[in-house]
Design a protein around this ligand. Structure first.
Ligand SMILES: NC(=O)c1ccc[n+]([C@@H]2O[C@H](COP(=O)([O-])OP(=O)(O)OC[C@H]3O[C@@H](n4cnc5c(N)ncnc54)[C@H](OP(=O)(O)O)[C@@H]3O)[C@@H](O)[C@H]2O)c1
Length: 284
């Protein structure tokens, strides 16, 4: 049961729209499980600058989750951002600490935690990422900066996004980076150990789509699809039927929320409570 007082700490998600957001249910369940004097609400926001001024003025406004379309613009209105988050070019979290607004991203770190928690060793491995958009930027910078992967290959249909990401990764990390068009998929699959789908292909309602023909899978590969509606995409079902280890996108979604909760509260998150809420919402 959540209790409120004159010291209740406020957390919120801002975006437009936010009506569909699972974040209030996940974070309030976690606050309740630990009996914390915190509450989490959703604010539809158009004017990000004013929203951040409001947060700054309200001392008990502790934390913010930031979603589409504000993940890049919000960076202008915080006081501190790490180098890696600046390179990624978007953040999804703002913490109000000692009068300062600190911006950070938990998508990339949430994806890495999903891999690690599922027993996947990234060091020394060849990682193939499909897609060079916002999520791919967060995950590729995090893997390149926080692991010792052997090689990071990225394929996409969007040449401009791909080149931009390659330039930024080469400038901002020491990783060996290869990029190319989707026509190079078969060759890239030959040497990939870990494959991460960061495109929307396979997402509801086009659930019969997958970028990887099943005959390209090789034994021992790990397949991580960051799409989480449906919970099991065609890509994951195909990989599983070939006996490969698969990691569903819901693991990244859960872990980005777990990492936010830990920054909001300074406490270890009640992960199983959060997982139950996510699964209930995504299967209802
Ligand atoms: N699990 C999680 O917590 C989590 C977090 C964030 C995002 N996601 C999911 O991840 C997916 C990507 O999100 P995002 O924000 O990165 O999207 P995004 O910024 O639009 O990037 C998607 C990229 O994939 C490319 N692409 C689209 N169709 C393709 C195809 N057939 N072949 C190759 N590349 C293709 C796009 O190219 P164009 O620009 O030319 O279309 C774009 O570069 C979405 O489904 C989103 O729901 C999951």
């Amino acid at each position: 049961m959540i209790s409120f007082s004159s010291k209740t700490q406020l957390c919120a998600v801002i975006g437009n729209p936010v009506g569909h957001s699972l974040s209030p249910a996940i974070h309030n369940a976690a606050f309740g499980a630990l009996d914390l004097d915190f509450i989490y609400v959703a604010f539809p926001v158009e004017d990000v600058k004013s929203a951040l001024e409001g947060m700054r003025a309200l001392e008990n406004f502790r934390g913010l989750s930031v979603t589409i379309p504000h993940k890049t613009e919000v960076m202008k209105y915080v006081d501190e951002i790490s180098d890696v988050d600046r390179s990624i070019g978007s953040i999804n979290t703002v913490i109000h600490e000692n009068g300062k607004l600190i911006g950070l991203g938990t998508d990339g770190t949430g994806a890495l935690k999903a891999l690690v928690d599922n027993g996947v060793e990234v060091d020394g491995k060849n990682v193939l990422m499909l897609g060079a958009g916002g999520a791919s930027r967060a995950i590729s910078f995090t893997l390149a900066r926080k692991t010792r992967l052997a090689e990071l290959a990225i394929l996409d249909v969007n040449e401009a996004l791909l080149q931009g990401l390659k330039t930024d990764l080469v400038a901002g990390t020491d990783a060996v980076i290869k990029t190319g068009a989707m026509t190079g998929l078969a060759a890239a699959m030959e040497c990939a150990d870990i494959i991460v789908n960061c495109t929307p292909v396979g997402m509801h309602p086009k659930v019969d789509a997958s970028l990887i023909p099943p005959e390209l899978f090789r034994p021992g590969q790990v397949v991580f699809d960051i799409v989480y509606t449906p919970l099991e995409t065609k890509l994951l079902a195909d990989a599983k039927s070939r006996g490969l280890k698969v990691i569903p996108g819901v693991e990244m979604f859960l872990n980005q929320a777990v990492l936010q909760f830990e920054r909001f509260t300074g406490l270890a998150a009640p992960v199983e409570v959060m997982r139950r809420v996510v699964m209930e919402r995504l299967t209802s």
